[in-house]
Ligand binder design. Structure first.
Ligand code: HEC
Length: 115
């Protein structure tokens, strides 16, 4: 009976479980190149440059990735509702959303503020 209890054993089990839980709940970084291919139908309203061609559609270029992910998930779940966007977001998988957000989020935008 010389085996002593090592307090670190359960601690590391708990800590690594916590890290994994946090990692899986975080937004996964999408692949912008894959997103580019998925974004073809979006260009009709949001523009090929992410600057909208339709007055009612917001610009997507340079929006924070995390914001775009959240909005697309909200359209898909019904938390945010819009005639067009609810339909557009419905078939998107989590990976599609991450990739689309990575694409539009990687655009560089420049703003000129009026004086
Ligand atoms: C037929 C036009 C149309 C198409 C196609 C379209 N959108 Fe939209 N999108 C809109 C309009 C209009 C809104 C504003 C909706 C609202 O008021 O909630 C919008 C809103 C959004 C928003 C929210 C932006 C913000 O600032 O909150 C995101 C993100 C978005 N669209 C992504 C996409 C993606 C990705 C695609 C392609 C898969 C796409 N849209 C295709 C018209 C379109």
């Amino acid at each position: 009976m010389s085996q002593s209890f090592d307090w670190r054993t359960p601690f590391w089990g708990f800590a690594s479980g916590l890290v994994m839980a946090l990692a899986s709940s975080a937004v996964q970084a999408g692949d912008a190149k894959v997103g580019q291919a998925l974004a073809a139908p979006c260009a009709l309203c949001h523009g090929v440059n992410g600057i909208s061609t339709l007055a009612e559609a917001p610009n997507l270029a340079g929006q924070p990735e995390i914001y775009l992910v959240e909005q697309l998930r909200n359209y898909r779940s019904g938390k945010r509702s819009h005639d067009v966007m609810s339909v557009m977001a419905k078939p998107l998988s989590d990976a599609d959303i991450d990739n689309l957000a990575a694409w539009f989020g990687s655009f560089q935008i420049q703003v000129t503020r009026p004086n």
